[in-house]
Ligand binder design. Structure first.
Ligand code: NAD
Length: 312
């Protein structure tokens, strides 16, 4: 069992919709937990999902899955927030802010009242703004509140480059940073494949243009949601990677959303940037070297988020 002896082995998920249940299943089949607690606005839905997951357990590893309370959630190593506005395919994530803020304050307030001191992982969109709201509302130190940030955008970029270059995505090293949304920034200047700069990798001249790949990454969520009504598996794997880094104290570099402390000249804002993630949460915020265009793109991303926060 990969869970360390110092942990309770319990993860709670608030919001048992498409994202919450995909996260639960991913955590279950990856044997990352001993107990899963599901909380949902409709308790019946949480009960049904918990029952379905529990019926999968005899075919895998022993995990206790229950529909639970905030009192039980507060005793978890990690609480994952997925409750929030789901939005419409093609709509901006920023449009979800008012609804998601209201739900976040309600859920985090209930969790705080039960004395939660663990790690909070946020999937709810707009994830950068909600991570900041949840951090302040929870009273937890910034390192213990981790937004899924651009982990999913980075995975999508790597998937597209891998597809177009005919190479394993795990050999593609490239980051998307900034807002998880329409102003995300691809850091082309440091992208490489097995140490070979992307621009000089064999076949790179046949790749779609940078603007075209940037559009594909930004519109990927919408492209999925238009077809199946939501996105769930890629975000579930992103959240699982964050939980695994925490539970196994991996010190893994993941582009999560966290409160910046002067990196890139930015403070008091949550944005996706590579961070070292381990048992205490965000252990270190890394600052990628950026060229002038990428720096301008990141500043624009920060501006977009500050405007959205101020306007709502
Ligand atoms: P969904 O509507 O399927 O599920 C949301 C669930 O939250 C519902 O079951 C609802 O009953 C529950 N809920 C609502 N208010 C609640 C409350 N106060 N307390 C407890 N439960 C409550 O939506 P979804 O597709 O699962 O998406 C969930 C969130 O995740 C959305 O904000 C979505 O935009 C976001 N999302 C983020 C990413 C990412 O990369 N960060 C990717 C996909 C989806």
């Amino acid at each position: 069992m990969p869970v360390t002896a110092t942990t309770s082995g319990r993860i709670a998920i608030i919001g048992a919709g498409s994202v919450g249940t995909a996260c639960a299943y991913s955590l279950l089949i990856n044997s990352l937990v001993r107990e899963l607690v599901l909380i949902n606005q409709s308790a019946e839905k949480a009960e049904g999902e918990a029952m379905d997951l529990q019926h999968a357990v005899p075919l895998g590893m022993p995990v206790r899955v229950i529909a639970g309370t905030y009192e039980e959630a507060a005793q978890s190593d990690i609480v994952i927030l997925t409750a929030g506005g789901a939005g419409k395919p093609g709509g901006s994530r920023l449009e979800l802010l008012d609804e998601s803020r209201k739900i976040t304050l309600e859920c985090i307030g209930a969790l705080k009242a039960e004395g939660f001191t663990g790690i909070l992982v946020i999937a709810t969109n707009p994830v950068d703004l909600i991570t900041h709201i949840a951090q302040r509302a929870s009273g937890l130190p910034p390192n213990k509140v981790i937004g899924s940030g651009t982990v999913i955008d980075t995975a999508r970029l790597r998937a597209f480059l891998a597809r177009d270059l005919g190479v394993d995505a795990r050999s593609v090293h490239a980051f998307v940073i900034g807002e998880h949304g329409d102003s995300s920034v691809i850091v082309w200047s440091s992208a490489h494949i097995a140490g070979i700069p992307l621009a000089s990798y064999p076949g790179a001249d046949r790749l779609p243009s940078h603007p075209d790949l940037e559009r594909q990454v930004r519109e990927a969520g919408s492209a999925v949601a238009t077809r199946k009504g939501n996105t769930s598996f890629a975000i579930a794997s992103s959240i699982t990677a964050i939980c695994e880094a925490v539970l196994r104290d991996e010190h893994t570099v993941l582009p999560v959303s966290t409160v910046l402390e002067g990196q890139y000249g930015l403070t008091d804002i949550c944005l996706g940037t590579p961070c070292i993630v381990g048992a205490s949460g965000v252990e270190q915020i890394l600052e990628l070297p950026l060229d002038a265009g990428e720096r301008e793109g990141l500043e624009h991303s920060a501006h977009v988020l500050r405007e959205a926060a101020g306007a709502s």
